[in-house]
Design a protein around this ligand. Structure first.
Ligand SMILES: Nc1nc2c(ncn2[C@@H]2O[C@H](COP(=O)(O)OP(=O)(O)OP(=O)(O)O)[C@@H](O)[C@H]2O)c(=O)[nH]1
Length: 412
């Protein structure tokens, strides 16, 4: 039986992505040397970037990067939900970090594209840098957050962490996928997590605002991409019906994004561990992922433009077939069907290690996490967040079944 490689290639981008230019694999400098012992031991972990070459070296390089890269928390949320309140709160709290804040007006996808493709690295679009008294720095950006981050990185020695506040009408998807994989940025920054602030008093109305048939509003997208939702302004729903309003909001959020963590707040006063250094995209997150996957996800959603689906498949799967399946699923979606986020664990045929799958839009990675232990139930379990048109019974699910080495049925 062939051994599967210990680090699988891991990520691909659709060559025909309409919004993100095709990405080139990250080159690995030959002269870099890495300690051998990095590869020993069960607890070894690595953040294989989406374009990482599939060599052991790359695993260590990226592991190094994870230690050195500056974490970015992206803050999204509908207009007036409390994003600035959250930023101000974080800046004032004692967290021992020097934080750089990027406030932006680049939310529109068009703005991002224009900045990346036509304007390149020319000219500064950063409006103004403000040095805050506590050592933090702050800037506001018109279009290109890539340039803003690059300029910010020139001041690298002055901060440890970046907060990126997006506009209330922004779809976080394009920015998230660029931060996750962009080869210019990958070496120095890493997307830590996406935090979405929700106004408890207005969320249900905002979510159900009329939309064009088949379209998905930003209110949905901001929940779909979130790793953490701050359910803010709970003081506004403190009347008799308030409790049930909060429960209803939580149910709606969970039905859209069954993987998200929800925390309640007034004036965004949250535990900072929920918003800084969460490593939601890192390999270490696999522990949380295992816990998450052990919980059932409620697929039973009515009248939601976006929903979470979970499915399982017994027995080892073939890595090549999984890649093929993901390619079909993420790069050739039907008109109506779109997948925003995907997480899962895989039992790859020929490998003694549990693998973690992550996807953001049309990009994905599969990385080994830890050795399977005795007593582990070796299973493939995938959770995805997609437009409501995505059906478990569709051909894509049958294809997923086809990735199994033996003919096994998935269990919903
Ligand atoms: N009652 C109440 N008001 C809040 C709370 N959090 C924030 N606010 C108020 O809500 C208003 C909007 O808050 P911001 O932090 O500016 O919201 P934002 O999301 O940055 O707004 P935009 O930038 O316009 O999208 C401000 O007047 C805040 O003081 C809260 O928990 N309760």
């Amino acid at each position: 039986m062939d051994e599967a490689p210990s680090a699988v290639p891991l990520s691909f981008s659709s060559p025909s992505s309409p919004e993100i230019p095709a990405l080139v694999p990250v080159a690995l400098p030959d002269e870099l040397e890495f300690p051998e012992d990095k590869f020993d031991g069960e607890e070894d972990s690595a953040k294989a970037g989406p374009n990482a070459p599939s060599t052991d070296k790359s695993v260590t390089l990226l592991d190094n990067e994870e230690q050195e890269a500056v974490g970015i928390t992206m803050i999204t949320g509908y207009l007036g939900s409390g994003k600035t309140t959250l930023v101000n709160y974080i800046l004032k709290e004692q967290h021992g970090r020097r934080i750089a804040v990027i406030l932006n007006e680049f939310g529109e996808e068009l703005g991002i594209e224009r900045a990346m493709i036509n304007e390149g690295a020319q000219g500064s679009l950063v409006e103004e840098w403000v040095d805050l008294p506590n050592g933090c720095v702050c800037c506001s950006v018109k279009h290109s957050f890539v340039q803003a981050i690059e300029q910010l990185m020139e001041r690298r020695e002055r901060f440890d962490y970046i907060l990126l506040e997006t506009t209330g009408l922004a779809n976080p998807g394009p920015v998230a996928s660029i931060l996750w994989v962009d080869d210019q940025l990958e070496a120095s920054v890493r997307l830590d997590s996406i935090v979405t602030v929700v106004d408890a008093g207005n969320f249900l109305r905002q979510l159900h605002e009329p939309r064009e048939a088949g379209s998905v509003t930003e209110a949905y997208l901001q929940i779909a991409y979130a790793d953490v939702v701050i359910l803010n302004k709970t003081d506004l729903v403190k009347d008799e019906s308030g409790h049930s309003t909060l429960e209803k909001i939580e149910r709606e959020i969970k039905s859209i994004n069954g993987m998200v963590k929800i925390v309640h707040s007034e004036r965004c006063r949250v535990d900072l561990d929920d918003v800084l250094d969460c490593k939601a995209y890192g390999i270490k997150h696999s522990v949380d992922l295992e816990a998450l996957l052990s919980k059932p996800v409620d697929d039973n959603v009515h009248d939601s433009a976006v929903k979470t689906i979970s499915f399982k498949l017994d027995g080892p799967v073939d890595l090549e077939k999984v890649n093929e399946w993901l390619g079909n699923l993420l790069w050739e979606p039907s008109d109506k069907m779109e997948i925003y986020r995907m997480k899962g664990v895989l039992d790859i045929h020929g490998s003694g290690e549990m693998h973690m799958l992550q996807a953001v839009r049309d990009l994905y990675e599969i990385v080994p996490t830890r050795k399977w232990r005795e007593g582990d139930k070796r299973i493939n379990h995938v959770v995805l967040i997609a437009t409501a048109e995505f059906q478990l019974s569709s051909w894509t699910m049958r294809q997923f079944e086809g990735t199994a080495m033996e003919d096994k049925l998935y269990q919903a």
